[in-house]
Design a protein around this ligand. Structure first.
Ligand code: SAM
Length: 308
């Protein structure tokens, strides 16, 4: 329950440094309101309900400048690209799941470290041995590592830019993130809470959408995916104006929905984040195996209208 949940007093009190040690600012005098060391850049992306971390790991190497997914750099062409990775926290409420994702990311970071050291040693045999070891460490060995696409390559950011953080985002999102801080929010396969009396536990709702609009900057994107058709329509109803039961058009002014517009399918096709969402989260893989449908809806945060 909540008394076991740690959360910062405000975003200016959040200690990100322990989660992203590779991004801590070299200047020790740069500290936040809680006295924690600052990072070299702000957190801009969040995965809400990250589960076992598939999205984090898939997004880790994405570069905002080139936005190329699936392209992994050799040590030689890493160069300056390395500094462009997003810092991405995955928020997760369940302790055991959080522990799993944390140790998974720690292992990936250590593996990247060893691969880099081997590559830098200019010793091709050592480098090959490290790659093979990395493949073996992945359950199922080299083939699965290849399928995962990440395990045996040096990737931008070396997974130093992703971490799991324990939180109940339904209660504490704005303790972690300030006004207009974020440029992307991901909500992948949220718990469906099928029964009507459980709908208030859904992570998409009128009041939570107002919080998402608060932390997302104008132009920023909120990504959703679900395999539950009814939940997809619930999402659409909560972000878009529609018609009521009598077929009357909803009044279109002064509501939270004024702050959102749906992103077109054409635009999404060119967005590599959508591919990660559809195919790399653990839940998406389960849905693929079971032959289920995946419903994607992405909304752009519009500028604040005059009434704000
Ligand atoms: N996004 C992952 C994926 O696509 O594989 C996990 C999906 S799983 C069905 C939903 C996750 O959201 C669970 O791991 C659950 O513990 C987490 N969750 C539910 N409510 C939450 C909350 N209020 N704050 C943080 N995480 C939450």
């Amino acid at each position: 329950s909540d008394h076991q949940l740690e959360y910062p007093l405000s975003p200016a009190h959040m200690d990100w440094s322990s989660h992203y040690p590779a991004f801590v600012d070299a200047d020790p005098s740069k500290t936040n309101l809680a006295g924690a060391r600052k990072l070299t850049k702000d957190v801009e992306v969040v995965d809400i309900g990250c589960g076992f971390g598939g999205l984090l790991i898939g997004l880790a190497p994405l570069l905002p400048e080139t936005l190329m997914v699936g392209k992994y750099y050799s040590v030689q062409d890493l160069g300056s690209h390395e500094t462009y990775t997003y810092i991405i926290p995955g928020m997760e409420i369940r302790i055991s799941v959080l522990e799993y994702v944390t140790s998974r990311i720690q292992a990936l970071r250590a593996q990247q470290h060893r691969l880099k050291a081997a590559a830098a040693s200019q010793n091709p045999e050592a480098a090959t041995a490290e790659v093979n070891k990395a493949a073996e460490e992945t359950n199922g060995g080299a083939q699965q590592a290849e399928d995962a696409g990440t395990m045996t390559s040096i990737i931008p950011g070396n997974y130093e830019n992703v971490a799991g953080i324990r939180s109940n985002t339904m209660k504490f999102l704005t303790n972690f993130f300030g006004h207009h801080q974020l440029s992307k929010i991901f909500i992948c396969f949220p718990d469906p809470h099928f029964k009507a009396r459980k709908h208030k536990a859904r992570i998409v709702s009128e009041s939570l959408n107002a919080e998402y609009a608060y932390v997302l900057r104008p132009g920023g994107l909120l990504y959703t995916i679900t395999d539950v058709e009814e939940y997809h329509y619930w999402v659409l109803r909560h972000f878009q104006y529609g018609t009521d039961e009598d077929g009357e058009a909803e009044r279109k002014v002064g509501g939270i929905k004024d702050l959102w517009e749906r992103v077109s399918d054409e635009e999404l096709e060119a967005d590599p984040c959508v591919q990660v969402m559809k195919f790399e989260t653990e839940e998406s893989k389960k849905v693929t195996r079971n032959g289920g449908n995946k419903y994607v809806a992405v909304f752009r945060r519009k500028p604040d209208p005059a009434w704000v």
